[in-house]
Design a protein around this ligand. Sequence first.
Ligand SMILES: C[S@@+](CC[C@H](N)C(=O)[O-])C[C@H]1O[C@@H](n2cnc3c(N)ncnc32)[C@H](O)[C@@H]1O
Length: 200
Amino acid sequence: MTKLKEPLLMAFQNAPLNSDVYAQTEFKNLQKKHNLKVAIETGTCLGYTTAFLATFFDKVKTVEISIDYLHIAEKNRLNEYPNIETNLGSSSELLPNLLKDCGNDTFIFLDAHWGDYCPLKAELQHIAKSGIEPVIAIHDFLVPGHAELGYDSTHGQPFTFEWLKEEFDAIYGENNYHYYYNSKAEGAKRGIIYIEPKLK
Ligand SMILES: C[S@@+](CC[C@H](N)C(=O)[O-])C[C@H]1O[C@@H](n2cnc3c(N)ncnc32)[C@H](O)[C@@H]1O
């Protein structure tokens, strides 16, 4: 099948997690450690990370707001995987539905932050409302002490733990979760925060 031409959208876009092998390894480690079965990704883009997730999760649900990017992702790679469900729309609207049949064995990768509207707080609030305690990874996070790792801001607010603490507390309960950051990265070298429920 002839592949659709892909626009250049991000640095190191042609491999999972913007070509960051350290992050790829950490995602796999978390899946094993918590015996996670389902992955949800917000921000499919061209689908490289989605396809990667499908190789070690039973089921992957992904949501993308751009019909053009989703079309390319589906045609060029995602349609090959029977365990991937693609969704067109805004994560802040579709997440409640995606979370409906999910349990604590869910991994959520929040990566839908492009453009003027940042859905991150709304995404975390939907997770809290769902009542599940998933493992969460958020891309493009400010990592204290690691200026070499890139991060995003929304309206001048960098993505920081303090900015989102209220939402994390609502999901797990205060003091019922661990969080940590990446310290090494390859490819686009972006910061990542990982949040996991304390093992009971
Ligand atoms: C950084 S890219 C995602 C990269 C992809 N996860 C990967 O690892 O290759 C961000 C994507 O989020 C999408 N996006 C932006 N706002 C969104 C929203 N509210 N809901 C869903 N997708 C959104 C953008 O169109 C873009 O494709």
